[in-house]
Design a protein around this ligand. Structure first.
Ligand SMILES: [Fe+2]
Length: 237
């Protein structure tokens, strides 16, 4: 969704759930955790959608697409967008409150931790947490940083070869690649990242790792290699 507002802001994020039962279960789960459920701000979602407010003040909405939207396949789990060669796959935030954010997303909402990046010294403080809400390695991540802001959002392509096509397309638009191509440690996805005119970072990714629900989270040492196995890292803190 692109709407009127302050450049560089991210008023909310939204996750499509699998079905109405899961949506009701998630609402009951959050209420049992003592989390207030609020009206959903998403114009795409139907009547049962709701939102919660994370520790950085961002709304996180959950729902199912409105029945009157013609382009959605409501018959199964996969939305039509999942078949597209560049679907929105994850978004991430920078936060000065990483531990409260992890507590909220992991313990209250129920995301599953896939990878932690940790300081090599001291008590190995967390610097990044990657979280999944389905078998794809992460649909959300939080980076330790000085201020709360959106970090980047990513579109999953069908293959590494697609990244070349995207890079050529961007070149024709006179858009330079901002970071990459590279391969992330956590998630093992190949990527390139660009910046839009308002400063939002967007990523084209492929080969994102699949992790079964039961798979235990792993740890990476904080440093360039965790962020890019091939070259320079983008360290937020
Ligand atoms: Fe990413």
């Amino acid at each position: 969704m692109i709407g009127a507002g302050a450049a560089g802001a991210q008023p909310y994020s939204a996750f499509r759930v699998q079905n109405e039962r899961q949506l009701a279960d998630l609402r009951a789960h959050l209420q049992a955790k003592g989390v207030d459920t609020l009206p959903s701000p998403s114009p795409i979602f139907g009547g049962d959608a709701f939102a919660v407010r994370d520790p950085d003040g961002r709304l996180v909405a959950f729902g199912l697409p409105r029945a009157d939207l013609p382009s959605w396949d409501r018959s199964g789990f996969k939305p039509v967008a999942a078949a597209l060669p560049g679907r929105l796959q994850h978004f991430t935030v920078a936060t000065p409150a990483l531990q409260p954010m992890m507590d909220f997303y992991l313990d209250a909402i129920g995301f599953v931790a896939s990878d932690y990046v940790r300081e090599t010294g001291g008590n190995r403080e967390n610097t990044v947490c990657f979280m999944r809400s389905d078998p794809e390695h992460h649909s959300f991540a939080a980076f330790r940083a000085a201020a709360a802001k959106p970090d980047h959002h990513a579109y999953e392509a069908t293959s590494w070869n697609d990244l070349k096509d995207w890079a050529d397309h961007l070149a024709r638009q006179n858009v330079q690649i901002w970071w990459g191509p590279g391969r992330h440690g956590p998630g093992n996805n190949v990527f390139l990242m660009c910046q839009d005119p308002h400063g939002y970072l967007y990523e084209i990714s492929a080969e994102l790792e699949i992790m079964p629900y039961e798979m235990a989270p792993r740890e990476w040492d904080h440093g360039e290699r965790a962020l890019n196995l091939w070259g320079k890292g983008f360290l937020r803190s």
